[in-house]
Write a protein that binds this ligand. Structure first.
Ligand SMILES: Cc1cc2nc3c(=O)[nH]c(=O)nc-3n(C[C@H](O)[C@H](O)[C@H](O)COP(=O)(O)OP(=O)(O)OC[C@H]3O[C@@H](n4cnc5c(N)ncnc54)[C@H](O)[C@@H]3O)c2cc1C
Length: 573
Protein backbone atom coordinates (compact mmCIF):
# COMPACT_ATOMS: atom_id res chain seq x y z
CA UNK A 1 0.00 0.00 0.00
CA UNK A 2 1.41 3.44 -0.84
CA UNK A 3 1.14 6.15 1.75
CA UNK A 4 -1.26 9.02 1.08
CA UNK A 5 -1.82 12.21 3.05
CA UNK A 6 -4.24 10.34 5.30
CA UNK A 7 -2.30 7.09 5.59
CA UNK A 8 0.46 6.72 8.12
CA UNK A 9 3.58 5.71 6.23
CA UNK A 10 5.38 4.06 9.13
CA UNK A 11 4.24 1.87 12.00
CA UNK A 12 5.92 1.49 15.37
CA UNK A 13 5.33 -0.15 18.68
CA UNK A 14 5.67 3.28 20.25
CA UNK A 15 5.82 6.92 19.31
CA UNK A 16 7.55 9.10 21.86
CA UNK A 17 6.87 12.84 21.75
CA UNK A 18 9.88 14.86 22.92
CA UNK A 19 13.63 14.23 23.03
CA UNK A 20 14.53 15.73 26.39
CA UNK A 21 15.85 13.52 29.18
CA UNK A 22 12.50 11.70 29.32
CA UNK A 23 12.18 10.90 25.62
CA UNK A 24 15.81 9.88 25.33
CA UNK A 25 15.68 7.41 28.20
CA UNK A 26 12.30 6.09 27.02
CA UNK A 27 13.78 5.30 23.63
CA UNK A 28 16.77 3.59 25.20
CA UNK A 29 14.59 1.35 27.39
CA UNK A 30 12.15 0.36 24.66
CA UNK A 31 14.96 -0.52 22.29
CA UNK A 32 16.61 -2.70 24.91
CA UNK A 33 13.42 -4.75 25.17
CA UNK A 34 13.11 -5.04 21.39
CA UNK A 35 10.25 -2.57 20.85
CA UNK A 36 10.36 -0.38 17.75
CA UNK A 37 10.07 3.30 18.59
CA UNK A 38 10.23 6.68 16.90
CA UNK A 39 10.88 9.90 18.79
CA UNK A 40 9.43 13.11 17.36
CA UNK A 41 11.04 16.34 18.56
CA UNK A 42 10.16 19.94 17.71
CA UNK A 43 13.72 21.14 18.35
CA UNK A 44 16.73 20.48 16.13
CA UNK A 45 18.55 18.33 18.66
CA UNK A 46 18.26 16.46 21.95
CA UNK A 47 18.20 17.99 25.45
CA UNK A 48 14.70 19.50 25.79
CA UNK A 49 14.86 22.12 28.54
CA UNK A 50 18.61 22.41 28.07
CA UNK A 51 18.28 22.78 24.31
CA UNK A 52 15.75 25.63 24.58
CA UNK A 53 16.81 27.53 27.71
CA UNK A 54 20.16 28.97 26.63
CA UNK A 55 19.84 32.29 28.41
CA UNK A 56 22.92 33.64 30.19
CA UNK A 57 23.24 32.19 33.68
CA UNK A 58 21.02 29.16 32.99
CA UNK A 59 21.99 26.22 35.17
CA UNK A 60 20.39 23.49 37.23
CA UNK A 61 19.58 24.11 40.88
CA UNK A 62 19.89 20.53 42.05
CA UNK A 63 23.54 19.59 42.26
CA UNK A 64 24.69 17.92 39.06
CA UNK A 65 26.05 14.84 40.81
CA UNK A 66 22.39 14.14 41.58
CA UNK A 67 20.67 15.88 38.65
CA UNK A 68 21.80 13.25 36.15
CA UNK A 69 20.69 9.85 34.92
CA UNK A 70 21.23 6.92 37.27
CA UNK A 71 20.45 4.01 34.93
CA UNK A 72 24.02 3.40 33.80
CA UNK A 73 26.86 2.97 36.26
CA UNK A 74 29.32 3.36 33.35
CA UNK A 75 27.77 6.70 32.42
CA UNK A 76 28.01 7.85 36.03
CA UNK A 77 31.66 6.88 36.16
CA UNK A 78 32.75 8.36 32.84
CA UNK A 79 30.96 11.72 32.90
CA UNK A 80 32.76 14.58 34.68
CA UNK A 81 30.71 17.48 36.01
CA UNK A 82 32.85 20.56 36.55
CA UNK A 83 30.66 22.67 38.84
CA UNK A 84 28.33 22.02 41.75
CA UNK A 85 25.46 23.30 39.60
CA UNK A 86 26.36 22.70 35.96
CA UNK A 87 25.70 25.53 33.50
CA UNK A 88 23.30 24.92 30.62
CA UNK A 89 26.02 24.23 27.98
CA UNK A 90 27.45 21.46 30.14
CA UNK A 91 24.05 19.85 30.75
CA UNK A 92 23.34 20.05 27.02
CA UNK A 93 26.75 18.48 26.32
CA UNK A 94 25.79 15.68 28.72
CA UNK A 95 22.51 15.11 26.86
CA UNK A 96 24.45 14.97 23.59
CA UNK A 97 26.95 12.57 25.09
CA UNK A 98 24.11 10.28 26.19
CA UNK A 99 22.56 10.45 22.71
CA UNK A 100 25.87 9.46 21.12
CA UNK A 101 26.86 6.87 23.67
CA UNK A 102 23.55 5.02 23.36
CA UNK A 103 23.21 5.74 19.63
CA UNK A 104 19.82 7.38 20.08
CA UNK A 105 19.69 9.84 17.19
CA UNK A 106 18.90 7.32 14.46
CA UNK A 107 15.39 6.88 15.87
CA UNK A 108 14.70 10.57 16.50
CA UNK A 109 13.12 12.92 13.95
CA UNK A 110 14.13 16.47 14.80
CA UNK A 111 12.41 19.67 13.64
CA UNK A 112 9.17 17.74 13.77
CA UNK A 113 6.31 19.01 15.91
CA UNK A 114 3.46 16.64 16.66
CA UNK A 115 0.17 18.38 15.93
CA UNK A 116 -2.44 15.61 16.20
CA UNK A 117 -2.73 12.32 18.04
CA UNK A 118 -5.84 10.23 17.50
CA UNK A 119 -6.71 6.81 18.87
CA UNK A 120 -8.15 4.47 16.25
CA UNK A 121 -10.48 2.17 18.20
CA UNK A 122 -10.74 -0.44 15.45
CA UNK A 123 -7.00 -0.77 14.88
CA UNK A 124 -6.19 -0.10 18.54
CA UNK A 125 -3.43 2.22 17.45
CA UNK A 126 -2.51 5.88 17.70
CA UNK A 127 -2.31 7.89 14.48
CA UNK A 128 0.21 10.68 14.60
CA UNK A 129 0.37 13.84 12.50
CA UNK A 130 3.17 16.36 12.45
CA UNK A 131 3.85 19.83 11.12
CA UNK A 132 6.24 18.40 8.52
CA UNK A 133 3.46 16.31 7.01
CA UNK A 134 5.07 13.13 8.28
CA UNK A 135 2.50 10.66 9.60
CA UNK A 136 2.91 7.42 11.43
CA UNK A 137 1.01 5.05 13.67
CA UNK A 138 1.95 3.31 16.88
CA UNK A 139 0.46 0.91 19.38
CA UNK A 140 1.62 3.18 22.24
CA UNK A 141 1.92 6.92 22.50
CA UNK A 142 4.31 8.20 25.13
CA UNK A 143 4.22 11.87 26.00
CA UNK A 144 7.69 13.04 27.01
CA UNK A 145 6.75 16.65 26.27
CA UNK A 146 8.10 18.14 29.49
CA UNK A 147 6.53 20.05 32.37
CA UNK A 148 8.21 23.36 31.52
CA UNK A 149 8.35 23.34 27.74
CA UNK A 150 5.50 25.56 26.53
CA UNK A 151 6.85 29.11 26.79
CA UNK A 152 4.38 31.66 28.11
CA UNK A 153 4.04 34.75 25.90
CA UNK A 154 1.76 37.22 27.67
CA UNK A 155 0.04 39.72 25.41
CA UNK A 156 0.65 43.45 25.79
CA UNK A 157 -1.08 46.39 24.23
CA UNK A 158 0.89 47.78 21.28
CA UNK A 159 3.43 44.96 21.28
CA UNK A 160 3.21 44.71 17.49
CA UNK A 161 4.55 48.28 17.23
CA UNK A 162 7.73 47.53 19.15
CA UNK A 163 10.76 47.74 16.84
CA UNK A 164 13.50 46.45 19.15
CA UNK A 165 14.80 42.93 19.67
CA UNK A 166 12.52 40.48 21.52
CA UNK A 167 13.80 37.40 23.34
CA UNK A 168 12.23 34.76 25.58
CA UNK A 169 14.40 32.94 28.12
CA UNK A 170 12.72 29.63 27.24
CA UNK A 171 13.34 30.05 23.49
CA UNK A 172 16.77 31.63 23.55
CA UNK A 173 18.71 32.04 20.26
CA UNK A 174 21.55 29.61 19.54
CA UNK A 175 24.02 32.31 18.60
CA UNK A 176 25.46 34.40 21.46
CA UNK A 177 23.52 37.57 22.25
CA UNK A 178 25.69 40.61 22.92
CA UNK A 179 24.09 43.17 25.21
CA UNK A 180 27.07 45.54 25.22
CA UNK A 181 25.94 49.15 25.01
CA UNK A 182 22.26 48.13 24.93
CA UNK A 183 19.32 49.20 27.02
CA UNK A 184 17.65 45.99 28.11
CA UNK A 185 14.25 45.43 29.72
CA UNK A 186 13.32 42.17 31.44
CA UNK A 187 9.74 41.25 32.18
CA UNK A 188 9.40 38.78 35.05
CA UNK A 189 11.35 37.89 38.18
CA UNK A 190 11.04 34.10 38.42
CA UNK A 191 13.87 31.61 38.37
CA UNK A 192 15.09 32.32 34.81
CA UNK A 193 15.15 36.07 35.47
CA UNK A 194 16.93 35.59 38.77
CA UNK A 195 19.60 33.49 37.05
CA UNK A 196 20.03 35.76 34.03
CA UNK A 197 19.73 39.29 35.48
CA UNK A 198 23.18 39.40 37.15
CA UNK A 199 24.87 38.16 33.96
CA UNK A 200 22.98 40.50 31.62
CA UNK A 201 23.59 43.43 33.96
CA UNK A 202 27.31 42.73 33.59
CA UNK A 203 27.05 43.56 29.87
CA UNK A 204 24.15 45.91 29.27
CA UNK A 205 24.39 49.69 29.35
CA UNK A 206 21.09 49.85 31.24
CA UNK A 207 18.82 47.18 32.64
CA UNK A 208 15.20 47.70 33.68
CA UNK A 209 13.45 44.87 35.49
CA UNK A 210 9.63 44.78 35.57
CA UNK A 211 8.49 42.90 38.64
CA UNK A 212 4.92 41.74 39.29
CA UNK A 213 5.68 39.49 42.28
CA UNK A 214 9.00 39.26 44.11
CA UNK A 215 10.37 35.77 44.71
CA UNK A 216 12.52 34.34 47.46
CA UNK A 217 15.99 33.31 46.38
CA UNK A 218 18.66 31.52 48.40
CA UNK A 219 22.30 31.80 47.30
CA UNK A 220 23.67 28.91 45.25
CA UNK A 221 27.26 29.28 46.43
CA UNK A 222 28.09 27.61 43.15
CA UNK A 223 31.74 26.60 42.75
CA UNK A 224 33.96 24.18 40.88
CA UNK A 225 33.27 20.67 42.14
CA UNK A 226 35.47 19.50 44.94
CA UNK A 227 37.45 16.49 43.57
CA UNK A 228 37.10 14.76 46.94
CA UNK A 229 33.32 14.96 46.75
CA UNK A 230 33.37 13.61 43.20
CA UNK A 231 35.63 10.75 44.32
CA UNK A 232 33.28 9.94 47.21
CA UNK A 233 30.27 9.87 44.87
CA UNK A 234 31.98 7.75 42.26
CA UNK A 235 33.20 5.30 44.90
CA UNK A 236 29.58 4.50 45.76
CA UNK A 237 27.32 6.08 43.15
CA UNK A 238 24.60 3.41 43.49
CA UNK A 239 24.56 4.01 47.24
CA UNK A 240 24.12 7.78 46.79
CA UNK A 241 21.41 7.24 44.18
CA UNK A 242 19.52 4.90 46.51
CA UNK A 243 19.72 7.45 49.33
CA UNK A 244 18.40 10.14 46.98
CA UNK A 245 15.50 7.96 45.87
CA UNK A 246 14.39 7.40 49.42
CA UNK A 247 14.06 11.16 50.00
CA UNK A 248 10.78 13.04 49.44
CA UNK A 249 12.60 15.34 47.03
CA UNK A 250 14.39 12.61 45.08
CA UNK A 251 17.72 14.16 46.00
CA UNK A 252 19.80 13.95 49.11
CA UNK A 253 20.67 16.77 51.50
CA UNK A 254 20.82 17.08 55.26
CA UNK A 255 17.30 17.48 56.60
CA UNK A 256 16.28 18.63 60.04
CA UNK A 257 12.88 17.19 60.97
CA UNK A 258 12.57 19.32 64.11
CA UNK A 259 9.72 21.86 64.05
CA UNK A 260 10.92 25.47 63.85
CA UNK A 261 8.65 26.59 66.66
CA UNK A 262 10.12 24.01 69.07
CA UNK A 263 13.40 25.91 68.90
CA UNK A 264 14.34 29.14 70.66
CA UNK A 265 14.83 32.21 68.46
CA UNK A 266 18.61 31.83 68.92
CA UNK A 267 18.55 28.16 67.91
CA UNK A 268 16.42 29.03 64.92
CA UNK A 269 18.79 31.73 63.76
CA UNK A 270 21.75 29.38 64.14
CA UNK A 271 19.96 26.74 62.05
CA UNK A 272 18.87 29.24 59.39
CA UNK A 273 22.39 30.68 59.13
CA UNK A 274 23.80 27.17 58.76
CA UNK A 275 21.27 26.27 56.05
CA UNK A 276 21.85 29.61 54.32
CA UNK A 277 25.59 28.91 54.29
CA UNK A 278 24.85 25.55 52.63
CA UNK A 279 22.60 27.42 50.15
CA UNK A 280 20.10 26.50 47.47
CA UNK A 281 16.93 24.42 47.69
CA UNK A 282 18.14 22.46 50.76
CA UNK A 283 17.41 25.63 52.75
CA UNK A 284 13.84 24.34 52.94
CA UNK A 285 15.18 21.45 55.03
CA UNK A 286 16.16 23.82 57.84
CA UNK A 287 13.09 22.69 59.81
CA UNK A 288 10.50 19.99 59.35
CA UNK A 289 7.38 22.14 59.49
CA UNK A 290 8.22 25.05 57.19
CA UNK A 291 5.69 24.04 54.57
CA UNK A 292 2.97 23.00 57.01
CA UNK A 293 2.80 25.60 59.73
CA UNK A 294 2.35 29.24 58.74
CA UNK A 295 3.85 30.54 61.99
CA UNK A 296 6.93 28.37 61.41
CA UNK A 297 7.09 29.51 57.81
CA UNK A 298 6.92 33.15 58.91
CA UNK A 299 10.21 32.72 60.78
CA UNK A 300 11.94 31.48 57.59
CA UNK A 301 10.30 34.20 55.49
CA UNK A 302 11.44 36.94 57.88
CA UNK A 303 14.98 35.52 57.90
CA UNK A 304 15.04 35.56 54.07
CA UNK A 305 13.71 39.13 53.99
CA UNK A 306 16.44 40.22 56.42
CA UNK A 307 19.00 38.75 54.03
CA UNK A 308 17.51 40.74 51.14
CA UNK A 309 17.68 43.94 53.17
CA UNK A 310 21.33 43.20 53.99
CA UNK A 311 22.17 42.61 50.35
CA UNK A 312 20.37 45.57 48.75
CA UNK A 313 21.69 49.06 49.54
CA UNK A 314 18.62 51.11 48.64
CA UNK A 315 15.96 50.59 51.31
CA UNK A 316 13.03 51.23 48.96
CA UNK A 317 14.32 48.78 46.34
CA UNK A 318 15.00 46.21 49.06
CA UNK A 319 11.38 46.45 50.26
CA UNK A 320 10.10 45.96 46.72
CA UNK A 321 12.24 42.84 46.43
CA UNK A 322 10.92 41.39 49.72
CA UNK A 323 8.14 38.88 49.11
CA UNK A 324 5.34 38.85 51.65
CA UNK A 325 3.93 35.45 50.75
CA UNK A 326 4.69 32.02 52.15
CA UNK A 327 8.37 31.12 51.92
CA UNK A 328 8.80 28.29 49.40
CA UNK A 329 5.19 28.49 48.24
CA UNK A 330 6.27 29.40 44.75
CA UNK A 331 9.25 27.47 43.37
CA UNK A 332 12.16 28.62 45.54
CA UNK A 333 14.83 30.32 43.42
CA UNK A 334 18.54 29.84 43.72
CA UNK A 335 20.69 32.87 42.95
CA UNK A 336 24.20 34.06 42.29
CA UNK A 337 24.50 37.76 43.03
CA UNK A 338 20.86 38.51 42.15
CA UNK A 339 20.02 41.00 44.88
CA UNK A 340 23.42 42.72 44.73
CA UNK A 341 22.75 43.46 41.05
CA UNK A 342 20.25 46.11 42.17
CA UNK A 343 23.13 48.01 43.81
CA UNK A 344 24.50 48.81 40.37
CA UNK A 345 23.70 52.29 39.07
CA UNK A 346 22.50 51.16 35.67
CA UNK A 347 19.98 48.61 37.04
CA UNK A 348 16.51 49.68 38.10
CA UNK A 349 13.47 47.84 39.38
CA UNK A 350 9.97 48.83 38.28
CA UNK A 351 7.17 47.52 40.45
CA UNK A 352 4.15 46.52 38.36
CA UNK A 353 2.31 44.63 41.07
CA UNK A 354 -0.51 47.11 41.55
CA UNK A 355 -0.50 48.71 38.12
CA UNK A 356 0.49 46.26 35.40
CA UNK A 357 2.61 47.12 32.37
CA UNK A 358 0.44 49.36 30.18
CA UNK A 359 1.94 48.32 26.88
CA UNK A 360 4.66 48.81 24.33
CA UNK A 361 5.67 51.70 22.09
CA UNK A 362 7.95 51.41 19.06
CA UNK A 363 10.94 51.90 21.32
CA UNK A 364 10.13 50.57 24.75
CA UNK A 365 7.82 49.48 27.54
CA UNK A 366 5.28 51.72 29.26
CA UNK A 367 4.44 51.43 32.94
CA UNK A 368 2.88 53.99 35.31
CA UNK A 369 2.56 56.34 32.33
CA UNK A 370 6.34 56.36 31.79
CA UNK A 371 8.09 54.98 28.73
CA UNK A 372 11.17 52.89 29.54
CA UNK A 373 13.24 52.82 26.33
CA UNK A 374 14.68 49.41 25.47
CA UNK A 375 16.77 48.11 22.59
CA UNK A 376 15.99 44.57 23.73
CA UNK A 377 13.03 43.22 25.68
CA UNK A 378 13.45 39.85 27.37
CA UNK A 379 10.38 37.88 28.35
CA UNK A 380 11.32 35.88 31.46
CA UNK A 381 7.68 34.96 31.79
CA UNK A 382 8.03 31.22 32.28
CA UNK A 383 5.81 28.48 30.97
CA UNK A 384 2.30 27.17 30.76
CA UNK A 385 3.48 24.56 33.25
CA UNK A 386 2.63 20.87 33.34
CA UNK A 387 -0.13 20.82 30.73
CA UNK A 388 0.97 23.53 28.26
CA UNK A 389 2.60 21.20 25.75
CA UNK A 390 -0.42 18.88 25.85
CA UNK A 391 -2.75 21.79 25.13
CA UNK A 392 -0.82 22.55 21.94
CA UNK A 393 -1.55 19.13 20.40
CA UNK A 394 -5.00 17.93 19.38
CA UNK A 395 -5.25 14.64 21.27
CA UNK A 396 -8.34 12.50 20.77
CA UNK A 397 -9.00 9.33 22.75
CA UNK A 398 -11.96 6.96 22.84
CA UNK A 399 -15.39 8.13 21.63
CA UNK A 400 -14.00 11.33 20.16
CA UNK A 401 -13.12 12.78 23.55
CA UNK A 402 -10.28 15.28 23.34
CA UNK A 403 -7.76 15.73 26.11
CA UNK A 404 -8.40 19.47 26.28
CA UNK A 405 -12.10 18.77 26.90
CA UNK A 406 -11.27 16.17 29.53
CA UNK A 407 -8.83 18.53 31.27
CA UNK A 408 -10.98 21.65 31.01
CA UNK A 409 -11.48 21.85 34.78
CA UNK A 410 -7.95 20.66 35.52
CA UNK A 411 -5.85 17.64 34.58
CA UNK A 412 -7.44 14.25 35.30
CA UNK A 413 -4.69 11.67 35.35
CA UNK A 414 -4.19 8.32 37.10
CA UNK A 415 -0.85 8.42 38.94
CA UNK A 416 0.36 11.12 36.57
CA UNK A 417 1.02 8.24 34.19
CA UNK A 418 -2.18 7.54 32.28
CA UNK A 419 -5.51 9.13 31.36
CA UNK A 420 -8.80 7.20 31.42
CA UNK A 421 -10.31 7.07 27.94
CA UNK A 422 -6.90 7.39 26.29
CA UNK A 423 -5.67 3.79 26.00
CA UNK A 424 -1.97 3.00 25.56
CA UNK A 425 -1.23 6.66 26.22
CA UNK A 426 1.37 7.40 28.87
CA UNK A 427 2.54 10.69 30.34
CA UNK A 428 6.09 10.91 31.67
CA UNK A 429 6.07 13.14 34.78
CA UNK A 430 2.48 14.05 34.00
CA UNK A 431 0.26 16.12 36.30
CA UNK A 432 -0.51 14.12 39.43
CA UNK A 433 3.05 12.83 39.80
CA UNK A 434 5.88 14.36 41.90
CA UNK A 435 7.55 15.78 38.75
CA UNK A 436 8.51 19.42 39.36
CA UNK A 437 8.42 18.99 43.15
CA UNK A 438 11.22 16.47 43.02
CA UNK A 439 14.54 15.98 41.32
CA UNK A 440 13.21 15.45 37.82
CA UNK A 441 15.83 13.00 36.64
CA UNK A 442 14.81 10.19 39.01
CA UNK A 443 11.15 11.19 38.50
CA UNK A 444 11.63 10.67 34.77
CA UNK A 445 13.54 7.42 35.14
CA UNK A 446 11.00 5.90 37.50
CA UNK A 447 8.14 6.70 35.10
CA UNK A 448 10.01 5.40 32.08
CA UNK A 449 10.92 2.18 33.89
CA UNK A 450 7.30 1.70 34.99
CA UNK A 451 5.95 2.31 31.48
CA UNK A 452 8.53 -0.03 29.95
CA UNK A 453 7.68 -2.78 32.44
CA UNK A 454 4.00 -2.25 31.72
CA UNK A 455 4.51 -2.59 27.97
CA UNK A 456 6.66 -5.68 28.43
CA UNK A 457 3.97 -7.21 30.64
CA UNK A 458 1.34 -6.55 28.01
CA UNK A 459 3.51 -8.29 25.47
CA UNK A 460 3.99 -11.22 27.90
CA UNK A 461 0.23 -11.71 28.24
CA UNK A 462 -0.80 -10.71 24.73
CA UNK A 463 -2.74 -7.62 25.76
CA UNK A 464 -3.34 -4.98 23.11
CA UNK A 465 -4.67 -2.16 25.23
CA UNK A 466 -4.41 -0.77 28.73
CA UNK A 467 -6.70 2.00 29.95
CA UNK A 468 -7.02 3.64 33.35
CA UNK A 469 -10.35 3.21 35.13
CA UNK A 470 -12.24 6.43 35.70
CA UNK A 471 -13.01 5.60 39.32
CA UNK A 472 -9.34 5.05 40.16
CA UNK A 473 -8.37 8.14 38.25
CA UNK A 474 -10.93 10.20 40.18
CA UNK A 475 -9.66 8.77 43.49
CA UNK A 476 -6.11 9.64 42.58
CA UNK A 477 -7.00 13.18 41.49
CA UNK A 478 -8.86 13.57 44.81
CA UNK A 479 -5.86 12.27 46.74
CA UNK A 480 -3.49 14.65 44.93
CA UNK A 481 -5.77 17.55 45.91
CA UNK A 482 -6.14 16.35 49.52
CA UNK A 483 -2.39 16.04 50.05
CA UNK A 484 -1.80 19.42 48.43
CA UNK A 485 -4.27 21.05 50.80
CA UNK A 486 -2.13 19.98 53.77
CA UNK A 487 0.79 21.99 52.45
CA UNK A 488 1.15 25.76 52.56
CA UNK A 489 2.29 25.46 48.95
CA UNK A 490 -1.33 25.25 47.84
CA UNK A 491 -2.09 28.69 49.29
CA UNK A 492 -0.44 31.06 46.85
CA UNK A 493 -0.76 31.96 43.19
CA UNK A 494 2.06 29.97 41.61
CA UNK A 495 2.54 28.14 38.35
CA UNK A 496 1.99 24.92 40.35
CA UNK A 497 -1.69 25.93 40.35
CA UNK A 498 -1.65 27.44 36.86
CA UNK A 499 -2.03 30.97 38.25
CA UNK A 500 0.50 32.52 35.88
CA UNK A 501 -1.77 31.90 32.89
CA UNK A 502 -5.06 33.82 32.72
CA UNK A 503 -8.11 31.58 32.47
CA UNK A 504 -6.51 28.39 33.69
CA UNK A 505 -8.43 26.46 36.35
CA UNK A 506 -6.80 26.68 39.77
CA UNK A 507 -5.66 23.12 40.48
CA UNK A 508 -2.50 22.06 42.30
CA UNK A 509 -1.00 19.88 39.58
CA UNK A 510 2.07 18.03 40.89
CA UNK A 511 1.84 15.33 43.58
CA UNK A 512 3.15 16.75 46.82
CA UNK A 513 3.16 13.55 48.90
CA UNK A 514 6.85 12.93 48.33
CA UNK A 515 8.79 10.86 45.85
CA UNK A 516 9.18 7.56 47.82
CA UNK A 517 5.53 7.47 48.92
CA UNK A 518 4.52 7.96 45.32
CA UNK A 519 6.95 5.33 44.01
CA UNK A 520 5.63 2.85 46.55
CA UNK A 521 2.11 3.45 45.23
CA UNK A 522 3.26 2.83 41.64
CA UNK A 523 5.00 -0.36 42.74
CA UNK A 524 1.86 -1.56 44.52
CA UNK A 525 -0.31 -0.87 41.49
CA UNK A 526 2.02 -2.91 39.32
CA UNK A 527 2.41 -5.74 41.83
CA UNK A 528 -1.39 -6.04 42.00
CA UNK A 529 -1.50 -6.68 38.26
CA UNK A 530 -2.03 -3.03 37.29
CA UNK A 531 -4.73 -2.19 39.77
CA UNK A 532 -6.98 0.56 38.50
CA UNK A 533 -6.28 -0.25 34.87
CA UNK A 534 -8.26 -2.34 32.40
CA UNK A 535 -6.11 -4.64 30.29
CA UNK A 536 -7.77 -6.46 27.42
CA UNK A 537 -6.10 -9.69 28.48
CA UNK A 538 -5.64 -10.83 32.03
CA UNK A 539 -2.94 -13.12 33.27
CA UNK A 540 -2.97 -14.98 36.58
CA UNK A 541 0.78 -14.39 36.69
CA UNK A 542 1.93 -11.25 38.48
CA UNK A 543 3.75 -8.83 36.18
CA UNK A 544 7.38 -9.68 35.64
CA UNK A 545 9.37 -6.80 37.02
CA UNK A 546 12.27 -5.84 34.82
CA UNK A 547 13.32 -2.24 35.26
CA UNK A 548 11.16 -1.19 38.20
CA UNK A 549 13.16 -3.48 40.50
CA UNK A 550 15.52 -0.63 41.32
CA UNK A 551 12.64 1.50 42.57
CA UNK A 552 11.81 -0.90 45.41
CA UNK A 553 13.44 1.48 47.87
CA UNK A 554 12.48 1.82 51.50
CA UNK A 555 11.40 5.20 52.82
CA UNK A 556 14.21 7.04 54.54
CA UNK A 557 13.38 6.83 58.26
CA UNK A 558 15.56 9.92 58.90
CA UNK A 559 13.01 12.13 57.20
CA UNK A 560 9.87 10.05 56.85
CA UNK A 561 8.54 8.07 59.75
CA UNK A 562 5.11 6.43 59.43
CA UNK A 563 3.93 8.81 62.15
CA UNK A 564 4.99 11.79 60.04
CA UNK A 565 3.09 10.43 57.10
CA UNK A 566 0.00 9.76 59.22
CA UNK A 567 0.18 13.32 60.54
CA UNK A 568 0.48 14.66 57.02
CA UNK A 569 3.94 16.08 57.77
CA UNK A 570 5.71 15.18 54.59
CA UNK A 571 8.79 17.24 53.90
CA UNK A 572 8.92 18.50 50.35
CA UNK A 573 11.09 20.86 48.38
C1 LIG B 1 15.58 26.80 33.22
C2 LIG B 1 15.17 25.51 33.83
C3 LIG B 1 15.95 24.95 34.83
C4 LIG B 1 15.59 23.72 35.38
N1 LIG B 1 16.35 23.21 36.39
C5 LIG B 1 16.00 22.03 36.95
C6 LIG B 1 16.77 21.46 38.02
O1 LIG B 1 17.75 22.01 38.48
N2 LIG B 1 16.35 20.30 38.55
C7 LIG B 1 15.25 19.65 38.09
O2 LIG B 1 14.93 18.60 38.61
N3 LIG B 1 14.53 20.15 37.07
C8 LIG B 1 14.87 21.31 36.50
N4 LIG B 1 14.12 21.83 35.48
C9 LIG B 1 12.99 21.05 34.95
C10 LIG B 1 13.41 20.36 33.64
O3 LIG B 1 12.42 20.67 32.72
C11 LIG B 1 13.56 18.85 33.86
O4 LIG B 1 14.55 18.61 34.82
C12 LIG B 1 13.91 18.01 32.64
O5 LIG B 1 14.92 18.57 31.85
C13 LIG B 1 12.67 17.69 31.84
O6 LIG B 1 12.96 16.75 30.84
P1 LIG B 1 11.79 16.23 29.91
O7 LIG B 1 12.43 15.37 28.90
O8 LIG B 1 10.71 15.66 30.73
O9 LIG B 1 11.16 17.53 29.27
P2 LIG B 1 11.84 18.65 28.38
O10 LIG B 1 13.28 18.74 28.66
O11 LIG B 1 11.02 19.86 28.53
O12 LIG B 1 11.70 18.08 26.90
C14 LIG B 1 10.46 18.00 26.27
C15 LIG B 1 10.70 18.07 24.79
O13 LIG B 1 9.45 17.82 24.14
C16 LIG B 1 9.41 18.59 22.97
N5 LIG B 1 8.02 18.77 22.59
C17 LIG B 1 7.00 19.32 23.30
N6 LIG B 1 5.86 19.31 22.57
C18 LIG B 1 6.18 18.72 21.38
C19 LIG B 1 5.44 18.41 20.22
N7 LIG B 1 4.14 18.72 20.10
N8 LIG B 1 6.08 17.80 19.19
C20 LIG B 1 7.40 17.48 19.28
N9 LIG B 1 8.15 17.77 20.35
C21 LIG B 1 7.54 18.38 21.39
C22 LIG B 1 10.07 19.90 23.36
O14 LIG B 1 10.58 20.56 22.23
C23 LIG B 1 11.16 19.43 24.30
O15 LIG B 1 12.39 19.31 23.64
C24 LIG B 1 14.44 23.05 34.92
C25 LIG B 1 13.64 23.64 33.95
C26 LIG B 1 14.00 24.86 33.41
C27 LIG B 1 13.12 25.46 32.36
Amino acid sequence: MTATASTPSEHFDAVIVGAGFAGMYMLHCLRKLGFSARVLEAGSDVGGTWYWNRYPGARCDIESLQYSYSFSEELDQEWEWTEKYAPQPEILAYANHVADRFDLRRDIRFDTRVTTLAFDEAAKRWNVETDTGERCSARFCIMAVGCLSAANHPRFEGFENYRGEVLHTGEWPHEPVDFSGKRVAIIGTGSSAIQSIPVIAGQAAALTVFQRTPNYAVPAWNAPLDPERVRAFKADYPGFRAKARSRPTGFYFPYNTRPALDSTPEERRRQYEESWARGGLPFLGAFGDLLFDKAANDTAAEFAREKIRERVDDAETAELLCPDNVFGCKRLCVDTGYYETYNRDHVRLVDVSERPIEGFTASGVVAHGVEYPADTVIFATGFAAMTGSFDRIRITGRNGLTLSEKWRAGPQNYLGLAVAGFPNFFTVTGPGSPSVLANMLPSIEQHVDWITDCMAHMRDIGAQTIDAQESHEADWVGHVADVASISLRSTCSSWYVGANIPGRPRVFMPYIGGFPVYVQKCNEVMAAGFEGFVLDARSPEPPRVRLTERWQTALDPDVLSPADIAAGRIPIV
